[in-house]
Design a protein around this ligand. Sequence first.
Ligand code: F6R
Ligand code: MG
Ligand code: MG
Length: 364
Amino acid sequence: MKTTISLIKADIGSSPGHVTVYEPLMTLAEELMEKAKDENTITDFLVFNAGDDTELLMTHNKGVDNAEIHKLAWDTFMKLGTEARNIGLYGAGQDLLKDTFSGNVKGMGPGCAEMEIEERPAEPILVFAMDKTEPGAFNYPIFQMFANPFNTAGLIIDPKLHDGFNFSVMDVFKNKFLDLSCPNEMYDLLALVGAPSKYVIKHVYSKNPELGIAASISTDKLALIAGKYVGKDDPVAIVRSQSGFPAVGEIVEAFTLGHLVSGWMRGSHRGPLMPVPLEYSQCVRFDGPPRVVGLGFQLKNGKIIGAVDLFDDLSFDSTREKCNEIAEYMRRHGPFEPGRLPLSEMEYTTLPDVLKKFEGRFRE
Ligand code: F6R
Ligand code: MG
Ligand code: MG
């Protein structure tokens, strides 16, 4: 049986400032999703948050890029945006860049990761959502999961993974895609995705045609859509697991470095990505540090079974401690690179004004 998993998210308002989604807003989202489930538009759903982003995880049988599902997500966000405005939440409706829906949420502000799969008899699915960073922040963990044998033991010792995986990489500025095969083209892949502000892993595929898609990552680039700063494009990802895909433990292992990502305060700094349980999915210190939450579940006939908060586990405590140390160290750089991002990647800048002010005072 074919099932589609759609993870669509938007920042539609938070409290205080950009810290976290207001609980009653998530309850409203749940009510709207429950209604769509009753009307058989979707099979099942989960609503959760990553910092100030509201995440709608939906399962259905309508395929990817489906207008009805995208409209459901869009209408839900529009209603939440209105409610957020009435309540007085911060940044109400900030990711809703257009007034009218045009068939697909792409280019309209929300971020979206989707995949259609032929469900195996037992289908473990993991979803991840990040706040205060950008889509390229997934490059490192996705590479680790599907290409690095020092992370994923199965690449070496499980015959079902030993052929490696195919990666689809997007040039986010040119909107073009390149397919690369690992391990044979691994160095080429790394030459690209080591630059996560330009090249972003969009999809991963098994080399076994019976298994098909392995991972899907949102690559919506708000800054490019709106042509101006409208909020960091916090990404989401869907990853399949076990029996030909990396094990659950190999997938979450990829988040144990606390790797440095772009974003954090005013989308203009570098900070460590901290894996947290949903309970701690809020961005406070210097509006961060950037965070990732993860949920794992079994999918059966489109139903979400036994969802688990993946980072709600003692084994991630040492990563979180390390992230706090790295955060402290990066903060001490203040306005200096590499604590602050290079000029080309900053979401906020006063430099044009400063240069204009001192135009006449530059000497030979
Ligand atoms: C970063 C982010 C926050 C804001 C910061 C300033 O993605 O959302 O760090 O950039 O709090 O916000 P404004 O400009 O709304 O005062
Ligand atoms: Mg916000
Ligand atoms: Mg956010």
